[in-house]
Design a protein around this ligand. Structure first.
Ligand SMILES: *Cc1c(COP(=O)(O)O)cnc(C)c1O
Length: 353
């Protein structure tokens, strides 16, 4: 028997979540599939989301792989180009690229192509990460606009607080003001803005996390948003221990039994991508029933309480997150967000669809 851990990727759930995005907007949908499709596998995700109007990611190699696999829609490089060779490949494979900094305009100036580049001009509207500030945007735009290689320009920005109480209204006012000066398509919204602020939708929305069936909001569940979990991380119990009152579990003795207990050892650890910071009590499903993590997560194993599950034992099915156990709950118990858990799934976990 192979080591029993596996990640099941539900392509129907991806399609369901894309439909949920479609129902929320009439804008074109740029499916964000960076970081190996948020850890789900680039081509596996693209296949299920083939009806999206575009794909956004980081690595030019991945973008080329999509083209070579036959995808014809817009493919956007979210950090744009890094070298002159990138510019040549962007033209060759008809990719779209963000321009966010003056150094990229300088690189572009040295590029001899004509009419081959579709540029997403990035505005820094308050995130303070990438993009031109409202003050510098006019000059930067002129430099991009007059370049012979540039074909079409889309305006783009990213919200820091679309999922928080601060919201988007201050940024949106600045962006609409700038966009009013140009006849160009607009793209502002991530998942949170797509779901919460229709006024941000513009011409292109850029959902990521919602497509994978996790919630962008701390206080609203994915299920409430009509989203279905895409990744289910499963394993099995490979050993059982009977504890006496006073026995301690795992490294650092972070759990101590105050009564006789049965625990199961699950073949899943932080080397698989399960968060080491998950606390005692983090929910785990065993044979479909909720129980809890006990003690520290180790590299290849973790322990769960079986005291109330007398029928469970070696070989029992375990779900770490996914179907029946929202990843957002695990993320909260580990002090992080679903995005990080999904991306952190490691290469040793076999994925199947
Ligand atoms: C990652 C990313 C998105 C998607 O964000 P979600 O919160 O996952 O919907 C959208 N736009 C940009 C620029 C991003 O980097």
């Amino acid at each position: 028997m192979p080591r029993p851990i596996q990640a099941f990727i539900d392509q129907n759930a991806l399609q369901n979540n894309l439909h949920a995005a479609r129902r929320s907007t009439s804008a074109r949908i740029m499916a964000v599939i960076k970081a190996n499709g948020y850890g789900h596998g680039l081509l596996r995700v693209a296949e299920a989301l083939a009806a999206a109007d575009g794909f956004a990611l980081l690595d030019i190699q991945d973008a080329i792989a999509l083209r070579e696999a036959g995808y014809r829609q817009t493919i956007l490089l979210l950090e744009g180009f890094f070298t002159e060779t990138d510019l040549e490949r962007i033209a060759e494979y008809d990719l779209s690229c963000v321009i966010h900094s003056h150094w990229q305009i300088s690189l572009l100036d040295a590029y001899p192509g004509r009419g081959t580049l579709d540029v997403w001009f990035k505005l820094n509207s308050g995130m303070q990460r990438l993009g031109f500030t409202p003050e510098e945007s006019a000059l930067a735009m002129e430099a991009v606009r007059r370049h012979k290689a540039v074909r079409e320009i889309t305006l783009m920005s990213h919200f820091p607080n679309a999922d928080e109480a601060a919201g988007v209204s201050a940024q949106l006012a600045v962006l609409n003001d700038i966009a009013g000066k140009y006849r160009m398509a607009r793209s502002w919204a991530n998942s949170a803005a797509l779901l919460r602020y229709p006024a941000t939708h513009g011409d292109w929305v850029r959902p990521g996390i919602m497509l994978y069936g996790a919630s962008p909001f701390a206080e609203i569940t994915a299920q409430q948003l009509g989203l279905k979990p895409v990744m289910t991380l499963r394993s099995r119990i490979i050993a059982v221990q009977s504890l006496a009152a006073g026995d301690e579990v795992g490294y650092g003795a972070k759990f101590r039994a105050d009564r006789p207990m049965r625990i199961g050892i699950v073949a899943c650890g932080y080397a698989d991508g399960y968060p080491r910071h998950a606390i005692n009590g983090t929910p785990v499903l065993v044979e479909g029933r909720r129980t809890q993590l006990l003690g520290r997560v180790s590299m290849d194993m973790l322990s769960v309480d079986l005291t109330a599950l007398p029928g469970a034992g070696a070989g029992s099915q375990v779900v770490l997150w996914g179907e029946g156990l929202p990843i957002d709950e695990i993320a909260a118990a580990a002090g992080t967000i679903s995005y990080e858990l999904l991306c952190a799934l490691t290469g040793r976990v076999p994925c199947l669809t």
